[in-house]
Design a protein around this ligand. Structure first.
Ligand code: IZC
Ligand code: ZN
Length: 423
């Protein structure tokens, strides 16, 4: 059967393609891919060639949003920390007894079915909020069995729902109680876990929580170098709280991205620009942690750093699947413009997960992953804040969200074509 050809009309197409970033015109897609994006009105000939025409003239059409930093797989929740935070406790104070440690306990106790159900619920929420691809980390098991179980679950999830997932092994998220020191646990990660994760091809990235009192700079370097030697790409949680120099380490090792970066030094900003390491900024986390520091996004952009935004979805410092929250925070707290923000959740976010050749832009040959906002312009989208502006979403050409509701038929068709592609 011939692939369906669809045409989308819009006065506000934000392509994220540097060659023609904003288009008042139309977009053509066929099957899974984009055929063309053009200004002006389509000719009779073009109109005759399509099977379907979608009128989004007063809406903003963007590449499907990409969330390049989430801790998707975890058991339980941590609303008990709210009272502590309101009483003034910091993230690191809570971390001593609870925090990640409490989520590790709950993740180890959870059944696979529970973890699957929870992740599916979150992915559904992400889709309804416009996200089409998500990076997903392990990191709440820390022992062999639970880490592998989490990563295998991440691999399974694209067979069950619409989003694509990019798997990251975050064994170095905290030191589990079975180990006496970060050094000892790092040996276990390097000698046992990295080869196992590689053998089963369970992760594209290895990530490290490089933070004072968690994994210090030298331990982080040891893990990162071993991961690189094993063939993984790198991501580093860097300079979130203390200015340890994790961003400089990420740049030295040509990591794909460094994340958080609220305490980054000027020198490391320049190092990141030179190495092309993407800065993945997580402003919803600063907001939720009730700290007043936001990463110096403007300084980074001026220095030539690639800046992406992510939700940091996790049970402790950002229990929020809605990437638009990070977009609002980037606007009102970091003073990024609507266009800088849209680039950061599309083209730059694709770069942060090494998928920039296929997603994150509306241009010929790219996957037809498209998010439509019920907003006539990018400025209106960021101005009308605090609501879900997403009305329609296409994933690999399938119209999976229609007028704010998931189309189970379109998702089923997407999953069938994924199964077909595997055979
Ligand atoms: O569970 O607290 N920062 N990891 C590093 C987190 C936040 C997630 C958590
Ligand atoms: Zn994180």
């Amino acid at each position: 059967m011939k692939n369906k050809r669809s045409l989308i009309l819009s006065h506000s197409i934000f392509t994220a393609d540097p060659q023609q970033e904003k288009v008042d015109g139309y977009l053509l897609m066929e099957g899974q891919r984009l055929l063309d994006v053009k200004p002006g009105t389509p000719s009779e000939e073009v109109l005759k060639s399509v099977d379907e025409m979608l009128d989004f003239r007063n809406k903003t059409v963007c590449p499907g949003l990409i969330d390049p930093h989430t801790h998707l797989i975890f058991g339980g929740s941590r609303e008990n920390e709210l009272a502590l935070k309101l009483a003034g406790a910091s993230y690191m104070e809570i971390h001593k007894e609870g925090g990640i440690k409490s989520t590790v306990r709950k993740t180890r106790e959870a059944s696979l079915d529970e973890l699957r159900h929870k992740a599916l619920k979150s992915l559904e929420s992400m889709l309804l909020h416009g996200t089409t691809t998500v990076e997903a980390k392990s990191g709440y098991g820390l022992d062999k069995e639970t880490e592998l179980r989490s990563l295998r679950l991440i691999r399974e999830l694209p067979q069950l729902q619409a989003l694509d997932l990019i798997p990251t092994y975050l064994g170095a998220h905290d030191v589990p109680p079975e180990f006496d020191s970060a050094e000892q646990y790092a040996d276990f990660i390097i000698e046992e876990m990295l080869p196992l994760v590689k053998k089963e091809d369970l992760a594209q990235f290895v990530d490290i929580f490089c933070e004072k009192g968690i994994f210090e700079l030298e331990t982080s370097r040891r893990i990162a170098e071993a991961a690189k030697a094993e063939g993984f790409k790198l991501k580093i949680h860097a300079d979130e709280i203390a200015p340890l120099g994790g961003a400089g380490l990420a740049a030295d090792l040509h990591a794909t991205s460094a994340e958080h970066l609220m305490s980054i030094s000027d020198q490391d900003i320049h190092k990141m620009a030179a190495s092309g390491t993407v800065a993945v900024l997580l402003p919803a986390t600063s907001y939720f942690l009730m700290v007043k520091d936001f990463a110096p996004a403007r300084k980074m952009l001026e220095a030539g750093v690639h800046v992406a935004l992510a939700s940091d979805f996790n049970p402790g410092s950002s229990p929020c699947e809605n990437l638009q929250m990070a977009m609002f925070m980037a606007c009102y707290e970091m003073k990024l413009t609507p266009e800088e923000i849209l680039r950061a959740v599309t083209r730059e976010a694709a770069r942060a997960i090494s998928r920039e050749d296929e997603i994150g832009q509306l241009k010929k040959g790219f996957l037809a992953d498209i998010t439509v906002f019920d907003a006539p312009s990018p400025a209106y989208l960021l101005y009308h804040f605090g609501i879900n502006s997403v009305c329609d979403v296409f994933k690999s050409g399938e119209h999976v969200v229609r007028n704010g509701c998931i189309s189970t038929a379109a998702v089923a068709s997407l999953l069938a074509s994924r199964r077909g592609a595997e055979q």
